[in-house]
Design a binder for this molecule. Sequence first.
Ligand code: NAP
Length: 308
Amino acid sequence: MSGINLAIVGIGKIVRDQHLPAVAGNGDYRLVAAASRHGKVEGIDNFASIEEMLSAVPSIQAVSLCMPPQYRYPAAVKALAAGKHVFLEKPPGATLSEVADLAALADANGLSLFASWHSRYAPAVEAARQFLAGTRIRSMRVTWKEDVRQWHPNQEWIWQAGGLGVFDPGINALSIVTRILPRPVFATAATLEFPENRDAPIAASIDFTDASGLDLRAEFDWRQTGRQSWDIVARTDAGEMVLSEGGARLSVDGKLVHEQPEQEYPLLYRRFAEIIKAGQSDVDLTPLRHVADAFMLGRRKIVEAFHD
Ligand code: NAP
């Protein structure tokens, strides 16, 4: 590939932490412009809005949309209508229907749409998938418990409707679970805990099963102080599998099986270049569908107000 002229929109934490280094390290891309109301990227042209950017820099071929999910759809429509391939940060949108609409638009315009799930590219996820494919799973427990004050300080959008609350990290766990399990699962019950002053949950649990009667429970909590947990534990006929540290480390019966340096965003950008080259889209909505099901099925508990 001769190089993709890329632009990034919504310059905030994840762009600075991950997108900029990943793009800089990948020779398939030339970062040519950025659009953000306040944020800027040094050394390239910056614009206050995606509209301005698209009309001023027609050479842009692809756009990464990294603003919060509630504000992504209109920007994605503008980019697709202007003939650009689109990379969507996770979660790909605020609703299932709007992302389905984007997928249809990309398809109709012969463009690639990438609904990225960075946690699926964590180092030990593929090894976990292979391990589970070769055994019978008796039960699985997902524990995603972190301190929201540490990881999302003063991020108002995350507490607003469509911001997903604790499912913002929880959907990362669901993106891994839906990759490593051999069969589709579905929710049978859920509980969502909403702070009395917020529109999105601070904690949630979901029970799932599958066609074989799998016993799967996921617990998400943002009130965790001290040790943070991003663990998936499966009891299987071949021993107890622990996929820990958000998919970075795999052990079976206490013995380390797989651990490698983290490379999630470099791999996401490699995948985006691959689908552009192949003329395909990659839009798996399963993790978002499970979150939507939890909102549909969930028992709602109102809990103590949360203040940053
Ligand atoms: P963020 O820093 O709070 O937001 C990113 C940028 O989006 C902001 O700097 C802001 O830039 C723009 N923005 C905010 N509100 C907006 C609005 N109402 N309309 C248009 N633009 C708006 O968030 P983030 O942590 O980077 O997360 C962004 C996305 O990446 C989320 O979907 C998140 O789930 C995902 N993600 C985050 C992390 C992480 O560790 N933070 C990890 C993986 C994925 P301007 O004010 O300059 O427009």
